[in-house]
Design a protein around this ligand. Structure first.
Ligand SMILES: [Zn+2]
Length: 815
């Protein structure tokens, strides 16, 4: 069955819903009663914004009010174009087009006017201010039925226009290429992202001069060559085209008819079919840069291309498939064409656990014996990413080039990993049935990642669905959504992935203010207000104390976890200006903090006596223990802060104590309580349990617990377990932040203390306590790495696990 489980990009299936009003130009303000369905990775509309649509495209102009931001880094977008895509095959990848290159602000909705007539809509907005000029600007958007573009006419009026650049600017990040091409006589500035099937073109109307150059700022400025100013007035009119590809854009500019190309014969999920078109004779006037670009088809193998009349050679290819070619005749009328891919080389994989149930898995394909590792898609994608495949359902059909591969199957560190070597000859299918056993006993603990990002965060362009797949396939059992500057949710993606019962989640956010790195905090759960600015979340503040307090008090002071992210702990605790003298730091932040990021965990093994002052100050683990010894205990956590999807999540995690081991039953309130209490183990993979016991106590106590002791003798039980791809060779006990040398255990010096099965270490050690104390245990594979399961970068890290403290109070001391 072809195209089974076929998905492409982010939720395009839902997005392909064509609104009923698409047959005529329409304009309306988005309200709770009338919202809009737009597909794509960079959709930013909220209630209050304006939709302009015709029979071909849909655009959103952001509500011109103070504080209208598209995301953390695309700000002040009032009156600007924030979403733009074709109606048929939506893939909005636009962050924003600023028609006046941010030289004017549009933040007064009283200065907005709309006009709807038969087959044409207009929205105009006058500037409410400018940082650099006393002039005013007016932008008029116009959309007519039958047009493949939306027009934006900018009129600037004022006494002195010399300071005003004739320019717009664009936010379309990372995977976009910016350049210019000439189509027939037309100068077309473009920005294009082939993989996500979105290209935008900007032309000016005929009488005017052309768009000239893009600068290389983050908001790319496009300056127009303009002949002259009329007295006190300057006007430029842009036409903005959304298109699927550069050739499609060129054809649209030439007013060519749409040609639908259907590619059949693709195997499995995400074949990512590429088309190329080249004119057979010279008659069609497509620029070379356009015909050189690969055109990716949508999720069902279809691509709509505006092509000038003529004869074309069409080549269809997809990874692992034999390419095919065909000749097509294109007239001036819309047409349909089809082409069938050649046979595919592929693997059919099923991953089950020890009970035979399919489980989510990550498959990493590593080329061996001269075969190159495959490249299935960019690290911003979902599903198949670079050399990895995420399958939340545990089954996948993956086409790939013939050759020899090691396929690494994994599902996080509680499960054994398996490597299968496979030789694929052209056109062959290999069946890989893999059982990954859950060998590590984590009863009473669930694993959590408390800090992740994707495209809505505004500083990256990763698919959020890909983030969720990454989390689920790494067996993260609790993952709150923590995008920058907006409350958001993972629930729709969990549903889409059939993984709702596999990972508990809740809405949350990261507040990312300045100064760095002090003023970044996560909080969850937070009440999500869909389609509102920041998802209903608070704004940042320049003062870290004000900001963290605001976050902690949000939602009517409802209980939540407030997490300080990647702090400079010495600066926070005692040295605000980092001049080396104690000035009290930002220490009052601590009263609002529930947990604090202290990664990297391996830094706990650094010997404080051998570190330079600067390195000691930067060592979060040692600074964290220093804080605890000073009476300031904030539980430690470790998180990936992942921004991209290729092994982004999974290589750091927290095991949090839980009354249930079933993710579907996880109680978010209990997570909050246990995180706040420090019932947390931090790890790159190894799992550790520890308990402290005394004859004086009825039962042993664990991390986050406190007990009172009259005598001075306790026994510490430490157990470390690892799946088959991890190992540890050293265990250390820290009392009051200092390593206790007599309790040091190394495989080399204490071979009997270590074993080679799943249980690497299971020892009870006497710990004498002669003061109020906190005990932390850490284990590491000093000469080990996480290896191929975690990819080339994170795979270099050591297996390491660090506990939160157990507290003992000495009765005699306190009396
Ligand atoms: Zn972050």
């Amino acid at each position: 069955m072809l195209f089974a489980n076929f998905r492409f990009g982010l939720g395009w299936v839902l997005a392909a819903v064509v609104p009923a009003f698409a047959s005529a130009a329409d304009l309306y303000q988005i309200t709770a009663e009338r919202r809009v369905e737009i597909g794509g990775k960079e959709v930013d509309w909220i209630d209050g914004d304006y939709v302009l649509s015709n029979d071909r495209l849909i655009a959103v102009v952001a509500n011109p009010i103070v504080g209208r931001d598209a995301n953390m880094t695309t700000r002040g977008v009032g009156g600007c174009l924030i979403d733009l895509t074709r109606t048929g095959d939506m893939s909005d990848q636009l962050s924003a087009v600023y028609p006046t290159a941010q030289q004017f602000e549009f933040a007064d909705d009283a200065l907005l006017e709309t006009e709807v007539s038969d087959g044409e809509v207009r929205l105009s907005i006058t500037s409410s201010g400018s940082q650099r000029s006393s002039a005013t600007a007016r932008v008029e958007y116009r959309l007519r039925d039958g047009d493949d573009f939306i027009e934006a006419k900018v009129t600037v009026r004022g006494d002195d226009l010399a300071e005003i650049a004739t320019a717009c600017s664009v936010r379309a990040d990372r995977t976009f290429q910016f350049d210019r091409m000439t189509v027939d006589q037309n100068h077309v500035a473009y920005f294009t992202d082939a993989f996500f099937r979105q290209t935008y073109g900007i032309t000016t109307v005929k009488e005017q001069s052309s768009p000239s150059t893009w600068d290389d700022q983050r908001a790319r400025r496009l300056t127009f060559d303009l002949d002259s100013d009329r007295r006190g007035e300057r006007t430029w009119t842009m036409r903005l085209y959304p298109a699927a590809s550069l050739s499609d854009l060129a054809g649209s500019v030439l007013n060519a008819a749409p040609q639908t190309v259907e590619v059949t014969g693709a195997i499995g999920e995400l074949p990512r079919i590429e088309l190329s078109v080249s004119p057979i004779d010279d008659s069609p006037t497509l620029p070379e840069v356009a015909t050189d670009q690969s055109i990716y088809t949508d999720g069902v193998g279809r691509s709509v291309l505006h092509l000038p009349a003529g004869k074309y050679n069409l080549v269809a290819s997809a990874i692992g498939h034999r390419s095919t070619s065909a000749t097509i005749d294109v007239s001036q009328r819309p047409g349909n064409h089809s082409i069938e891919l050649g046979p595919a080389t592929r693997i059919v994989a099923t991953v089950v656990d020890g009970s035979g149930q399919t489980i989510p898995a990550k498959l990493t394909f590593i080329g061996v014996d001269g075969t190159e590792s495959p490249d299935f898609g960019p690290d911003t994608a979902d599903g198949s990413i670079r050399d990895c495949v995420y399958t939340t359902g545990g089954k996948t059909i993956r086409s790939l080039p013939p050759g020899d591969y090691d396929v690494v199957f994994s599902h996080g560190p509680e499960y054994d990993a398996e490597v299968q070597r496979v030789r694929l000859r052209p056109g062959e299918e290999a069946t890989l049935n893999v059982t990954l056993k859950r060998v590590v006993d984590t009863a009473g603990w669930i694993s959590a990642e408390l800090h992740s990002h994707s495209s809505p965060s505004g500083d990256n362009t990763s698919s959020q669905l890909g983030r969720v797949q990454n989390l689920v396939c790494e067996n993260i059992e609790f993952g709150p959504c923590t995008e920058h500057q907006r409350i958001d949710t993972y629930e729709d993606h969990l549903d889409e992935s059939g993984a709702r019962d596999l990972m508990a989640t809740c809405s949350g956010m990261e507040l990312t203010g300045g100064p760095l790195p002090i003023n970044h905090q996560n909080a969850f759960p937070l009440r999500w207000a869909p389609h509102q600015q920041n998802g209903g979340g608070p704004r940042t503040d320049q003062d870290p104390i004000t900001q963290i307090k605001r976050l902690a008090m949000w939602d009517d002071e409802a209980d939540k976890v407030v997490q300080i992210n990647h702090p400079n702990l010495n600066q926070m605790a005692r040295d605000k200006d980092k001049d080396g003298t104690d000035d009290g730091g930002f220490a009052s932040m601590f009263q609002f903090a529930d947990v604090i990021e202290v990664h990297p965990p391996q830094a706990i093994f650094d010997d404080p006596d051998e570190l330079s002052d600067a390195d000691l100050v930067d060592n979060r683990m040692l600074q964290w223990m220093r804080l605890i010894s000073e009476g300031q205990f904030i539980p430690g956590v470790v998180n990936t802060d992942a921004h991209y999807n290729h092994h982004g999540s999974g290589w750091l995690r927290n095991w949090v104590q839980s009354s249930t081991d079933d993710p579907a039953e996880i109680d978010i309130d209990e997570m909050t309580r246990h995180l706040e209490a420090g019932k947390v183990i931090m790890s790159t993979g190894p799992f550790m349990t520890l308990s402290l016991n005394s004859k004086e106590w009825e039962k042993a106590i664990g991390v986050g617990d406190t007990a009172t002791l009259a005598g001075d003798t306790t026994e510490l039980a430490v157990k470390v377990q690892c799946a088959n791809w991890l190992d540890i060779d050293r265990v250390e006990v820290f009392v009051n932040g200092r390593r206790v040398p007599e309790l040091s255990r190394r495989r080399q010096t204490h071979p009997d203390a270590f074993a080679d099965g799943v249980v690497k270490f299971d020892q009870t050690m006497p710990v004498s306590i002669d003061d109020d104390s906190f005990i932390i245990v850490a284990a590491i594979g000093e000469n080990q790495v996480l290896g191929r399961v975690m990819g080339e970068t994170f795979g270099q890290l050591p297996p390491v696990v660090v506990s939160n403290p157990i507290f003992v109070r000495r009765e005699s001391i306190r009396n």
